[in-house]
Design a protein around this ligand. Structure first.
Ligand code: IMP
Length: 426
């Protein structure tokens, strides 16, 4: 039994949290492989909404083990808040959670550096969530970072002070004002909590599980268009959000990966700066934002909205080797008479159906096809048999364009509002 990977194919916020939660009963282990508290994975059941930032979305399942992999960056302050909230709900996090010793720690000064860097960039800013993600991954690749395993080192405080001293020099160069003493107590409380959780050598743990025939689901954060190598650079996050990130972020060899489950919304959204070819800056975009409640679950920022972008989706399918698709939020398009889908870009006078180096408006203009809307409320549907014909046509159109089957269609935020199409692949 190979490990399956579930990841977002657009600019994040595709609905990974809901789907991981729905699929968890099929798995023994859910493992987050990259990103950090910039993510906000939303789950809804029994009329209650839950947002997870660092902890995998399988945590509500009674027996599944949830692993925070070595590719993740952890802010002890946010992590403690998540744990406290879960414990209040009666979730036994101490039994169900494993933390990779090689995962890097987000320091309070990483958050300050993020804010200072964004302020310095002015109009060129990335639109970061300001959770310290970029500076932490910079320290990881710069070989300066502090890792979870360091917490048990008697010299931990000394190592922390050394790194903070470096950060203070950079903050001084930015002429950034801050009060670190205010931030440190909560951070060290979080460190204390981490000390009491089950730390594991993630690569060993995952490979032992694999040998013991445990069913593993690797959970991505953000989306392929935010990948540090293949996203719309520099308006990206600082980790590999694509399938390959599951290998480096958990210590699983490529040959151990089985199904690659790619999630996309029936339309597109993006939060933060950067190019977005199919963006709708009009009443239609506003309608999608309102109906779809497209506001960031981590920052509350309004998300930019637009029609489905097939060249970008096909690119993500290719880069990830997606074997099956899941389409989210079909219900949000129910109000429209006609639905547009971008099938090509006009690029240097030519129609192309792939993603060029730069997708800024000066280089690409989207070319659309129109499909009839279904004009029916989908939120009460329980099976694909009662799906409107126009929705089936929309799905089949995307399947034909991408060459990948759509196995699940989500028609609402609740676990129950999930329609399965066809058998689960072996
Ligand atoms: P950072 O990773 O917080 O530095 O943010 C870099 C870019 O990725 C910004 O445009 C963010 O809005 C975006 N981003 C980061 N995490 C998420 C996410 O979980 N969903 C959607 N966008 C995200």
């Amino acid at each position: 039994m190979k490990a399956d990977v579930l990841l977002g194919l657009q600019w994040g916020d595709e609905g990974k949290g809901k789907i991981v939660d729905v699929l968890t009963p099929d798995y023994d282990i859910i493992a987050r492989f990259q990103g950090g508290p910039n993510a906000g994975h939303t789950l809804e059941f029994n009329g209650i909404k839950h947002v997870l930032h660092t902890i995998p979305s399988g945590i509500f399942h009674p027996t599944a083990i949830n692993v925070v992999g070595n590719g993740v960056v952890i802010d002890p302050v946010i992590f403690k808040k998540e744990i406290d909230a879960l414990q209040k709900m009666g979730v036994d996090v101490y039994t169900k959670l494993r933390i990779a010793t090689r995962a890097h720690l987000i320091l309070p000064t990483h958050r300050l550096l993020d804010a200072a860097s964004e302020a310095h960039k002015g109009l060129e800013k990335i639109g970061s969530t300001l959770k310290g993600i970029g500076p932490t991954y910079m320290d990881k690749t710069g070989r300066n970072g502090l890792r979870v395993g360091d917490i048990k080192n008697p010299r931990f405080r000394e190592k922390y002070d050394q790194l903070v001293a470096k950060h203070k020099e950079i903050l001084a160069a930015y002429q950034y004002q801050y009060n670190l003493e205010e931030l440190e107590p909560a951070w060290f409380e979080g460190i204390h909590l981490l000390q009491n959780l089950q730390m594991v050598e993630c690569e060993q743990y995952m490979n032992d599980a694999f040998r013991n025939k445990k069913k593993i689901l690797a959970e991505g954060a953000q989306g392929s268009m935010l990948d540090i190598d293949f996203g719309s650079y520099p308006f990206v996050t600082s980790s590999n959000t694509i399938c390959a990130g599951a290998c480096t972020g958990l210590g699983l060899a490529p040959g151990r990966i089985g199904r690659v489950i790619g999630i996309f919304k029936a339309y597109c959204t993006r939060v933060g700066s950067g190019p977005f070819p199919t963006e709708l800056e009009d009443a239609t975009g506003e309608q999608i934002r309102k109906t779809g409640n497209e506001f960031g679950s981590t920052t509350g920022r309004p998300r930019r909205t637009g029609w489905l972008d097939l060249p970008a989706l096909k690119f993500a399918v290719m880069i990830n080797g997606v074997t099956e698709l899941i389409m989210m939020k079909a219900d949000i398009l129910s109000e429209f008479d006609r639905i547009k889908v971008c099938t090509h870009y006009l690029h240097r006078g030519e129609q192309i159906d792939y993603l060029p180096y730069d997708i800024s408006p000066e280089f690409v203009t989207p070319v659309y096809t129109e499909l009839p809307g279904w004009k029916k409320d989908l939120t009460g549907l329980h099976s694909t048999d009662s799906m409107p014909a126009e929705l089936s046509s929309y799905i089949e159109f995307i399947e034909k364009q991408t060459g990948v089957p759509i196995r699940i269609v989500s028609v609402g935020p609740d676990r129950k509002q999930t329609l399965f199409r066809g058998a689960v692949p072996a």
